[in-house]
Ligand binder design. Structure first.
Ligand code: NAD
Ligand code: DAU
Length: 384
């Protein structure tokens, strides 16, 4: 890995680069690691290193010249223009975003800035760069925008899963900012012919997910003997996909997707939040029995992790159910998730148990302020 904080001095030559944004975050880092392992062509990774970005996620690439890390903001158009001119990527894979729904409720401005203005800036610079390319590079260029199922809104218990034709109905500031970015991407294809691709994916889980999201938060709280805060009645449903399967889907769409198209990616694995939390508790009961914890982490002492489950006040505007119909991915590319939830979540729990140093690292400092802000005001509740 080469780290560029200022000007670029050399390029990785030979094979064409791709430019990844947000490649130090959860999905982006998994994508970068997979890409280097599977595709082996070089990556330029532009990431602002917000609280959610962590170079430690990429430490396996420390000595790999195929990965060039650039600390920078996608809103910095001059920086993006320079990057494109110097590295001349054959594709942009755009992960960078503010991604946590609860944070978007507390402080939406940053979501509009990065997700809407940032995507707009990237599209503008991508358009200028792409227009300057000669054939065959011009026809080969792709702008792949990574988005979410949340743009479609919320499903009732018996509604069919979201398809690519489901009308947009975003409900949180996060979802609205992602919907806006999706619309901009669509417009840049329709108006300027920019060869865009959009993937809309369901909830991911796996290694390197920041412990503000449900699965890592529950694992980390549990092993620290803290309450497991379940919003509302715990019966909201999410469609869980192992992150490696998402990365494989993005690679496929990049190689085979038709410009201008959108592709829904999902785990075909709907679970209530309570089911997810209880599954994690059962796995932890087996892998790290509570009686084995130091007394400071289990002062009660309680025997089972599930006794830490605490119902707290609901998320405002909490979407009830998401489910993705990934039939287009299956029909066009033969893609389906490789990992079952039961095996994927077990691997994930084990990963966190094996990487408590990573957890310590990312949860120092500002993390505690966030936990106090988000959970301090959530009185213990009864689902209201
Ligand atoms: P994340 O929050 O873990 O990581 C986001 C990364 O983007 C971080 O490394 C951060 O430093 C970087 N970043 C933020 N603002 C930036 C800016 N202005 N300029 C450059 N870099 C910036 O997010 P994630 O969960 O890995 O999600 C990645 C993408 O996938 C997002 O676009 C998200 O909307 C989408 N997505 C996520 C999920 C999920 O379940 N996590 C599901 C579907 C889609
Ligand atoms: O659906 C895809 C989306 O999934 C992505 O676009 C987002 O970036 C990603 O954050 C995720 O959004 P969710 O809001 O679904 O994920 P989160 O992990 O925050 O919450 C999952 C469910 O668990 C949700 O119903 C809220 C609930 N929850 C969450 C937390 C953090 C709790 O009950 N307690 C909690 O402490």
């Amino acid at each position: 890995m080469r780290i560029e904080y200022g000007h670029f001095t050399e390029q990785v030559r030979g094979v064409s680069n791709i430019l990844v944004t947000g490649g130090a975050g959860f999905i982006g880092a998994n994508f970068v690691l997979d890409w280097i392992a599977v595709e082996s062509s070089p990556i330029v990774n532009l990431d602002k290193l917000t609280y959610a970005g962590n170079l430690g996620n990429l430490s396996n690439l420390k000595h790999d010249p195929r990965h060039v890390f650039v600390k920078g903001d996608i809103c910095d158009r001059a920086r993006v223009a320079r990057l494109l001119a110097e590295h001349r990527p054959s594709a942009i894979v755009h992960f960078a975003a503010e991604s946590h729904v609860d944070r978007s409720i507390h402080a939406p401005a940053e979501f509009v800035q990065t997700n809407v203005t940032g995507t707009f800036s990237l599209l503008e610079e991508a358009r200028a760069y792409w227009s300057s390319l000669a054939e065959p590079e011009k026809s080969r260029f792709r702008f792949l925008h990574v988005s979410t199922d949340e743009v479609y809104g919320s499903l009732g218990p018996d509604d069919p899963a979201f398809t690519e034709n489901t009308p947009y109905a975003p409900n949180s500031p996060y979802a609205a900012s992602k919907a806006a970015s999706d619309h901009l991407v669509r417009a840049y294809h329709h108006t300027y012919g920019l060869p865009t691709l959009t993937t809309n994916c369901s909830n991911n889980y796996g290694p390197f997910q920041f412990p503000e999201k449900l699965i890592p938060l529950m694992i980390v709280n549990a092993v620290q003997g803290r309450p497991l805060p379940v919003y509302g009645d715990g019966l909201n449903v999410r469609d869980w996909l192992y992150v490696g399967d998402h990365c494989a889907a993005v690679r496929l769409v990049l190689h085979k997707g038709r410009p201008g198209e959108t592709y829904n990616v999902g785990g075909n694995s709907e679970k209530t939040n309570l089911e997810v939390v209880k599954t994690i508790c059962t796995i932890l009961d087996e892998l790290r029995p509570l009686r084995s914890l130091p007394i400071t982490h289990n002062p009660s002492p309680i025997a089972r992790y599930s006794s830490l489950v605490t119902f707290v006040r609901d998320r405002p505007g909490h979407d009830r159910r998401y489910a993705m119909d990934a039939g287009k991915m299956a029909a066009e590319f033969g893609w389906k998730p490789g990992e079952r939830f039961e095996t994927g979540v077990r691997k994930t729990v084990q990963w966190y148990l094996d990487h408590m140093d990573w957890v310590q690292n990312v949860t120092s400092g500002a993390y505690r302020n966030w936990i106090d802000l988000n959970y301090g005001s959530r009185k213990i509740g009864n689902g209201e």
